[in-house]
Write a protein that binds this ligand. Structure first.
Ligand code: HPA
Length: 271
């Protein structure tokens, strides 16, 4: 069933000119501008792609953009789907399956996240080295998962080591602070309580957000190497917790975005 849907989604995109992209990129909240840098872009709105999850109102701008970045063919997701919008695990990872079937060889993921590690400051970047799934489910828990790969997917190293090493070197050369840490995913949309932030620290998280992990699980299942970067948008200090300010979080993400774009572009050059 899902195979047939994927074939239709992919056939539509190929008919629009999405021709064998090498790199897939997921742009997180407040991080949409990389899409403007795609050369010779072809756009497909999520609402027009057969079997893509139906976009909510907030999502009117969601689209896939195909084109060239640093001389490489890329497909960019401007806007992702979240559990907190009412989608299920299958919905939110469907675009990863589509990009895989279009032919991507590497997946770049970005997100906005809160700092659990209080050495991190607003506007810093964190390279995700490992994760903790606190979303209470798996995008691989469905009948027929075996047609896509091993059910019991290995997660001993979910983020590609060579790309991580290269990105760390690039950050050093560019004098961009790039922490390395553990990302924990929660469902949201409510932010965390002080007690929850304390718990997240105890269990080993450095940053918390509401996305990414399901996408990473599916990409691992499909054997697509991943690099993922969090933009730290707020500092979650349980001993001095300020009310969450979503506008400020978005502004911080936007302000830090050029650093993330620089790292991604430089990494693409090395591939
Ligand atoms: N919690 C969860 N998700 C987030 C946060 C947070 O504090 N900041 C940005 N995304």
């Amino acid at each position: 069933m899902i195979r047939k849907q994927l074939n239709e989604s992919v056939a539509y995109l190929q008919s629009k000119g999405f021709d064998n992209p090498e790199i897939g990129i997921v742009l997180g909240t407040g991080l949409g501008k990389l899409a403007d840098q795609i050369e010779d872009p072809i756009e497909a709105h999520y609402n027009h792609i057969p079997f893509f999850p139906l976009a909510t109102v907030e999502f009117h701008s969601g689209k896939l953009i195909y084109g060239t970045l640093e001389g490489k063919k890329a497909v960019v997701m401007q806007g992702r789907f979240h559990l907190y919008e009412g989608y299920d695990f299958m919905d939110i990872t469907y675009p990863i399956r589509v990009m895989h079937q279009l032919g991507i060889k590497k997946l770049f993921i970005s997100n906005a996240a809160g700092a659990i590690n209080l050495d991190y400051k607003e506007g810093d970047l964190m390279l995700i080295e490992d994760h903790i799934n606190l979303q209470g489910g798996s995008p691989l828990a469905f009948k027929g998962v075996g047609q896509f790969g091993d059910r019991f997917t290995d997660m001993s190293e979910p983020y590609d080591v060579p790309m991580r090493q290269t990105l760390s070197k690039i950050a050093e050369q560019e004098e961009i602070t790039l922490h390395r840490g553990v990302y924990v995913s929660v469902v949201g949309p409510q932010l965390e309580t002080k007690a929850e932030y304390r718990m997240l620290k105890i269990i080993g998280a450095d940053a918390v957000g509401m996305s990414t992990v399901p996408e990473v699980i599916v990409a691992n299942h499909l054997n697509v190497p991943i690099i993922a970067v969090s933009v730290i948008t707020d500092e979650c200090n349980p001993d001095n917790l300020k009310p969450a300010d979503i506008q400020r979080i978005l502004k911080t993400a936007e302000a830090a975005e050029p650093k993330m774009v620089k790292l991604f572009r430089e990494l693409i050059k090395t591939l």
